[in-house]
Design a protein around this ligand. Structure first.
Ligand SMILES: Cc1cc2nc3c(=O)[nH]c(=O)nc-3n(C[C@H](O)[C@H](O)[C@H](O)COP(=O)(O)OP(=O)(O)OC[C@H]3O[C@@H](n4cnc5c(N)ncnc54)[C@H](O)[C@@H]3O)c2cc1C
Length: 385
């Protein structure tokens, strides 16, 4: 696996990204959490360093690297406890930009993908609607042809980067009678007439902005269509594997962060005349959690390796999303307990890590939906190839 996941190039890339995160994100994370948004300057710096272009074609100025590098980016962002920032950056890079890349549409490349690579435009992916989240085929936003444009009506909700972002790749029905086969993806500017945005207040990942977006007779050029009409569901299903693996890598990075902070605290905090890391009940708890973490990490490494090699890993990726996100919540809960009352105080990073963990089992597909996917593969002979 080393030759696919951990070559000298990977190590150099990890080192350079780690240094970038330490210099540009760690000092600002607190401020962005309070402001409820990531500073635009971070996008521009990420762009200037070439990080947003790592998976983009070389002819556009990208590095055309595989997803083993996505693993590094997700792990390193989570490993400093910056889950809110990570959510925003990942929505731009792995949710919105991936669709633009796959569109193979020179106009979308020029108008949206290149400025996204440079961090000059920030993108969002808008699939979820107030009435349809898990059941994406049930979306009701429509795009109806009018001359060279579409007229779009409907609403989207829970959209990461939807409030401060510049454009969204939105799932809309171009043929409402055709169910999932009638869904298409359209790139829509967020400052257009007819667009309204409402910022949503969240339990955690505060640095990432999340919005409800209304679309009232929004005029969108037909040339903003990603691929062809009716391909939306296919695109969404294809891209969900990388979105979900991103969440898995993020969950593993977040656990690493929690363990690091907890071990340090257990060494420093004394009770009954000795550091609390001398109490067997607490030590054994940590040992059990770390054992589960190692098993999950090993499963993730094997699945990452297979995915990068081009194998179909829908089942394993879904299993991993359940395992890693549920384990992250367990780790956050149990480790917060090690901090006693201080664990409940905002200044302690464990408090934020605990809040931030909760979304992982929900977005990118809930744990229940992941179990449904795996069950259909096991029991019903379903195929997601
Ligand atoms: C902070 C945040 C950021 C997000 N970012 C984005 C984004 O950028 N873009 C985007 O498009 N979406 C985004 N989402 C939306 C997210 O993906 C959805 O919330 C999620 O998929 C669940 O959909 P829902 O909220 O409509 O829940 P529902 O589908 O209404 O589900 C409600 C409950 O029923 C369960 N359930 C539903 N169907 C079944 C079934 N068949 N079997 C068993 N249980 C079932 C679910 O697991 C859940 O527990 C975000 C959400 C949040 C909270």
């Amino acid at each position: 696996m080393q030759e696919i996941l951990n070559t000298e190039e990977h190590q150099l890339f990890r080192q350079s990204f780690k240094e970038f995160v330490k210099a540009e994100i760690v000092p600002k994370n607190e401020q962005w959490e309070k402001e409820g948004k990531v500073g635009r300057e971070l996008y521009e710096k990420m762009g200037a360093m070439g990080f947003f272009g790592i998976h983009c074609p070389e002819e556009l100025g990208g590095s055309n690297l595989d997803y083993s590098y996505a693993r590094i980016i997700n792990e390193e962002l989570a490993a400093v406890g910056a889950s809110g920032v990570a959510t925003s950056l990942m929505a731009h890079m792995y949710l919105a930009m991936i669709y633009l890349q796959k569109s193979k549409n020179p106009k979308l490349f020029e108008q949206y993908l290149k400025p996204s690579m440079e961090g000059k435009l920030v993108g969002a992916l808008a699939m979820t609607e107030p009435g349809a989240g898990s059941d994406l085929a049930a979306i009701i936003s429509t795009a109806v042809k009018d001359g060279d444009d579409y007229i779009v009506n409907g609403s989207k909700t829970f959209i990461t980067n939807g409030y401060y972002g510049d454009y969204m790749v939105a799932a809309v029905k171009t043929d409402p009678k055709a169910g999932g086969a009638g869904i298409s993806m359209l790139v829509i500017d967020l400052d257009q007439p007819g667009i309204s945005r409402t910022k949503l207040n969240k339990l955690g990942i505060h640095a990432s902005d999340t919005a409800e977006i209304g679309m009232d007779n929004v005029r969108v050029p037909q040339s903003n269509l990603v691929g062809q009409e009716g391909m939306g569901f296919y695109f969404m299903m294809q891209n969900l594997t990388i979105e979900r693996m991103g969440i898995v890598w993020g969950a593993l990075g977040a656990m690493q962060f929690i363990f690091e902070k907890t071990l340090q605290y257990m060494q420093e905090r004394a009770a009954f005349g000795k550091p609390i890391n001398k109490f067997q009940a607490l030590r054994h708890k940590i040992v059990d959690l770390m054992t589960e973490y190692e098993a999950c990490k090993a499963f993730s490494d094997v699945t990452s390796y297979r995915m990068v090699k081009g194998e179909q890993v829908v089942k394993e990726c879904s299993m991993l999303k359940i395992q890693s996100c549920e384990l992250l919540n367990k780790v956050a809960y149990e480790c917060l307990q090690m901090f006693g009352g201080y664990g409940f105080i905002e200044e302690y990073p464990i408090a934020r890590a605990y809040r931030d963990a909760r979304i992982q089992n929900i977005y990118g597909g809930t744990s229940e939906i992941m179990r449904e996917i795996v069950a259909k593969l096991i029991f019903d002979g379903a195929s997601y190839g």
